[in-house]
Design a binder for this molecule. Structure first.
Ligand SMILES: [Zn+2]
Length: 259
């Protein structure tokens, strides 16, 4: 049942084509890797279009990211992949891309955490937004670290999306789900109305998650997945001058009381 190294190479080339064809990457964007049975990692190299790779372009690194064979240099984001493998023994493939709609959410600083679509709650729980870290540096890995144990797909602020799974097809499927959900979320925003699922609905989906064998221990918070009957106060938007006015009038009132 175990795939050979050659089969894993074919899989990565195939997923690279799919990611490219869907417009999830431009130019040399994105990277893909698979954890091999011996603990080494097969990864896409740096500076290559994911749509035009061949099997010999891929590189093998050890669990610390040292190059073992092949001619090209591993992706600059290999540290992010290695961290995910280190923290999640159940994960054997990572896909990183910049799908435009979900990356738009990441650039706007808006997480995809609302309980809007049952299937998304079931499969991913929610998709939180990790803070910004410079690509290709340990900063990026640090930014996503707290989320890795609890979620299978993340938005990375001002950057893109990372998704991971038990195999490369599952990891890619999650990437597709994130972008698809981002488009649906955007549609509800355009329509001006979002009807969230209730906490009772979400609880039922979380039970079903176990039935489907999804084992990622979701960290459920009031913000993730966000339900219709959450106890939190509704949020309001103020301009800077409106906020200054409120503070100034509160201070003025305080001074009147003191005198
Ligand atoms: Zn990237």
């Amino acid at each position: 049942m175990n795939k050979t190294l050659e089969q894993h190479r074919k899989d990565i080339v195939e997923i690279g084509r799919r990611v490219y064809r869907l417009g999830f990457v431009a130019a040399y964007d994105g990277n893909i890797s698979v954890r091999l049975p011996d603990g080494n990692v097969l990864a896409t190299p740096t500076a290559i279009s994911k749509g035009y790779m061949s099997e010999e372009d891929l590189v093998v690194v050890d669990a610390e990211g040292n190059k073992l064979e092949d001619e090209r240099k591993a992706s600059s984001e290999i540290a992010m992949h290695l961290l995910i493998y280190q923290l999640r023994p159940d994960i054997h493939a990572v896909v990183h891309a910049h799908p435009p709609c979900a990356t738009g959410y990441a650039a706007a600083g808006v997480p995809l955490t609302k309980a809007l679509i049952s299937e998304v709650v079931l499969s991913l729980g929610c998709i939180p937004l990790a803070k910004y870290g410079t690509p290709g540096t340990p900063e990026l890995a640090e930014a996503i670290k707290p989320y890795i144990p609890h979620y299978d797909a993340l938005l990375m602020a001002n950057h893109g999306v990372v998704a991971y799974g038990a195999d490369i097809y599952q990891a890619h499927g999650k990437m597709e789900t994130v972008e698809h959900f981002a488009r649906i979320s955007l549609t509800t925003r355009i329509l001006g109305k979002e009807t969230l699922l209730s906490s009772e609905d979400v609880d039922k989906l979380l039970v079903a998650r176990e039935r489907y064998g999804i084992k990622t221990p979701l960290k459920i918070t009031e913000a993730c997945p966000r339900v219709s009957d959450a106890g939190s106060e509704p949020t309001i938007t103020l301009t800077k001058s409106q906020l200054v006015d409120i503070i100034q009038s509160a201070l003025a009132e305080l001074q009147i009381k003191r005198h």
